[in-house]
Design a protein around this ligand. Structure first.
Ligand code: XBP
Ligand code: MG
Length: 261
């Protein structure tokens, strides 16, 4: 099957951004005088709630406060999240976040080969432009033919909506595309849209269940950051390129699983 497009998740996939998000959330809580501080452990648990506004809202639900105060805090969520987004853009703009191994290489290879690029993310659009601009330059956002982010769909991941939106924008069937994800929730969303899915877990998601993914790798790898031996055996190369994607995409999943056994 001809591979026509690569659809990337953002947070955790393009870059390991969640520590910057966590710092931005905590910075917003300080600016609003809320006295909240999300530790890495607390944040790792909250990552099961996709969407920053929804995440804050869920946290407010967990607070032991009077209903009137809870209602007041919930009404404040959009402002808190706007502050967080501003802080996050500043952190990313300072060059604090690097793209993961293989992302620059695979994007360049796809562009040269005429394989289209798309984004399917729960994150706020401003976060995507901050990250892409800081890491790939201000023109790079135009490399993506379809950008589906944030609140443009009623149901966030693990619902498939954001991937279906990206496919509709590309005007391509799922069989001609590959999705890249970093979390169990994201893999569920991509598989729900019928996409062949490559999972590259991060420290935030490595303990999650990636059984639904078609291929699981520590990263996409690079010539100067080659994959481990087991991954090399799985994909037949030291890093994942279009040739490996085409081969894997056309290989029935159970034989890919057999290779992993
Ligand atoms: C990850 C998310 C986002 C980010 C925070 O998105 O769930 O909520 O954690 O960004 P994805 P916002 O992995 O789909 O890219 O505060 O803008 O939501
Ligand atoms: Mg992600």
């Amino acid at each position: 099957m001809t591979l026509r497009a690569l659809i990337f998740d953002v947070d955790g996939t393009l870059a390991d951004t969640e520590e910057a998000h966590r710092q931005a959330f905590n910075g917003a809580f300080r600016e609003h005088g809320l006295g909240w501080e999300w530790s890495q452990d607390v944040y790792a648990g909250l990552l099961w709630v996709t969407g920053g506004k929804e995440r804050i809202d869920r946290y407010v639900d967990s607070l032991r406060v009077a209903p009137a105060e809870k209602g007041q805090l919930k009404r404040l969520v959009p402002q808190i999240h706007a502050t967080k987004t501003r802080i996050y853009a500043r952190l990313v703009g300072m060059g604090n976040v690097a793209l993961r191994p293989g992302i620059v290489r695979l994007i360049a290879e796809a562009r040269t080969a005429g394989v289209r690029l798309a984004i399917a993310s729960t994150t706020t659009p401003a976060n995507l432009s901050a990250l892409v601009t800081a890491t790939l330059g201000s023109a790079a956002i135009s490399w993506f033919d379809a950008i589906a982010t944030g609140d443009v769909v009623p149901n966030k991941k693990p619902a498939p909506d954001i991937y279906l939106k990206a496919l509709a924008s590309l005007n391509l069937p799922p069989e001609r595309c590959v999705a890249f994800e970093d979390s169990e929730i994201g893999v569920r969303a991509a598989k729900g849209a019928g996409l062949f899915t490559v999972a590259t877990p991060t420290r935030w998601s490595e303990a999650q269940d990636f059984g639904a993914a078609d291929v699981v790798l520590p990263s996409l790898g690079d010539p100067d950051n080659p994959l481990d031996e087991a991954s090399e055996t799985r994909i037949g190369a030291k890093f994942l390129g279009l040739a490996q994607l085409r081969a894997l995409h056309s290989t029935p999943r159970n034989s890919v699983r057999a290779m992993e056994a």
